[in-house]
Design a protein around this ligand. Structure first.
Ligand code: TYM
Length: 514
């Protein structure tokens, strides 16, 4: 395999695909399934193996201690319990925050249905916690385009009812309201859908990144073939460059050059923004995108630092730990729109139990909380460490029965989903639009960085004069050199327009408006 082809494929998997076909665990943005043994039993996802195969780093006790020392706060339960279990360069993000004061957070959602499920809230809950702790800007991408292309691909080119591009934009709006209901600060959060926002500097980054990634890399990472539609093949570049702060000049007080203000001085992408590092919290299924991103980001005209990742496990399907909760299988998931009764029935009827066959056996031998879905859900949503520990030990000893574990889980999920729904009701169209407005975000970052005025990355996202070199200005006018180049370009353009007008003197068909 040529060196460049290996980029997209997880290093260890690439060589194993042949002998394990059909039975090995498969994790990528479009497939999450545990290994199937010879008898057809689905095994739990093996996260240690994933760490090896993907080449990511485990999140250790040392990271936890360092995180708590840097933020001065107790780590979120999802981190304490290693449900966020692996990372890439998380330590470097902590260094950046300590030294320079800020970084950008980026995460996203593919709006495949009108309501998010419980599993989707996991990265968002954690991202909100990080935003609150670090006081940094956050962008949230809604990939209506991806879901449209993916669904159409899955349906072999057919466009089914409820699966037109317009429908996915509608799902995106509903999902954005769900995300807002989780409590993000509007002053430092920008949320957008691809169908609405892509253009300007963002799209220039897309185009450039597309030119850096081959079909071989994309198919290696996502399993594309000759019949995959070309939209889906190219889509990954968008999810990648969404991690570049230079894709969002408006958020950092710089100008984009889109109509109606068409301003040539802001034509060039802003170099200082390429120095701001980014951290992406998400489940590990999204890692293949960012593997490609990290491999190619330094080849951009303005090279960006390698994006850091903090990666979670999957909230399992109701049926057990071999798959993830999935919106396309309603019986596998608890939706954020479910009623208390639906939650109760789903847990009671479908949640896989780690208990024994009979009451006597359970009392005598005890149950296994590690595979018990009700207990697993509690480990994500019950904040009290002591109670969680007690539930596990009583279950193991046989004192606590499956029915009782399920009752505790039902109560906790009803509380979480109920509180969410109350907030969600208050999210109006106007509130949603405010989050979606490109505007300068307000954040402070680390109040006491150790190297605030030294070299990049710049404090607070906008470079101080000494950060960006004497000629840099954080007012969106660009550097002296950039302004000179823009002036020259404007003159050239003017000349061209005059030349085109010349033959008939009235602009005619070659005028810019034609
Ligand atoms: P999507 O909509 O599949 O998932 C949204 C986010 O939820 C995570 N996730 C889960 N986490 C825990 N348990 C589960 N059962 C579970 N199912 C999904 C995903 O990892 C993701 O973080 N292409 C993306 C949208 C996207 C994105 C991003 C995601 C665009 N840019 C940047 C993360 C980071 C998608 O379809 O996500």
């Amino acid at each position: 395999m040529a060196a460049e082809e290996a980029v997209g494929a997880p290093p260890a998997v690439a060589s194993q695909v042949e002998e394990k076909k059909g039975t090995s665990q498969q994790i990528d943005p479009y497939n999450v399934a545990g290994e199937v043994d010879e008898s057809g039993n689905i095994k739990a996802i093996d996260y240690d193996r994933l760490i090896q195969e993907f080449g990511v780093q485990p999140l250790t006790e040392d990271h936890l201690r360092r995180f708590e020392a840097v933020t001065g706060k107790k780590a979120h339960r999802l981190m304490r319990r290693k449900l966020f279990f692996s990372h890439r360069d998380f330590d470097k993000i902590l260094d950046t925050y300590e030294q320079y004061g800020t970084f950008m957070l980026y995460t996203g959602r593919g709006p495949s249905s009108g309501s998010m499920h419980l599993g989707h809230t996991v990265p968002f809950l954690f991202t909100k916690e990080l935003q609150d702790m670090f006081d940094v800007p956050l962008v949230i991408m809604l990939t209506d385009d991806e879901k449209y292309l993916y669904t159409r691909n899955k349906n072999e080119g057919h466009q089914k009812a409820g699966a037109a591009a317009d429908d996915f934009l509608d799902y995106a709006y509903e999902n954005i309201k769900d995300i807002i209901a989780l409590g993000f600060d509007p002053k430092k959060t920008f949320i957008y859908t691809d169908y609405e926002y892509l253009g300007g500097h963002f799209y220039r980054n897309v185009s450039e990144f597309e030119s850096l990634v081959t079909f071989n890399q994309a198919s290696g990472a996502f399993g594309f073939g000759n019949s995959t539609n070309i939209g889906l093949i190219a889509y990954g570049a968008k999810q990648c460059v969404a991690a570049f702060p230079s894709s969002y000049p408006d958020l950092f007080g710089y100008k984009d050059y889109r109509a109606p203000e068409y301003d040539l001085s802001a034509k060039r992408r802003h170099k200082p923004l390429s120095t701001i590092p980014t951290l992406i919290p998400c489940a590990i299924d999204q890692e293949p995108y960012f593997r490609i991103l990290r491999d190619r980001c330094d080849r951009m005209t303005d090279p960006h630092p390698k994006t850091a990742l903090i990666l979670s496990k999957f909230l399992t399907a109701l049926q057990g730990p071999g798959g993830k909760m999935s919106a396309s299988d309603p019986n596998s998931a608890i939706f954020m729109s479910d009623t208390p009764n639906q939650i109760k029935n789903k847990i009671n009827r479908h949640a896989f139990s780690g208990g024994r066959e009979s009451l006597e056996e359970h009392r005598k031998l005890g149950g296994n909380p590690d595979v018990d879905v009700a207990y697993t859900y509690l480990s994500y949503f019950l904040d009290d460490d002591e109670e969680l520990e007690e539930l596990a030990s009583k279950y193991r000893s046989g004192e606590l029965l499956t029915g009782e574990m399920k009752q505790r889980c039902i109560a906790e999920l009803q509380k979480f989903v109920g509180a969410f729904q109350e907030k969600r009701e208050g999210v109006t169209h106007e509130i949603m639009r405010e989050y979606m407005r490109p505007r300068r975000l307000e954040y402070q970052g680390n109040p006491n960085p150790t190297r605030p005025a030294s070299s990049a990355p710049p404090a607070n996202g906008v470079p101080a004069a000494e950060d960006a070199g004497a000629e840099k200005k954080g007012d969106g006018r660009g550097t002296k050199g950039e302004r000179k180049a823009a002036k020259l370009a404007a003159k050239k353009e003017e000349k061209m327009a005059t030349r085109q007008k010349a033959p008939d003197g009235d602009g005619g068909a070659s005028s810019p408006a034609a």
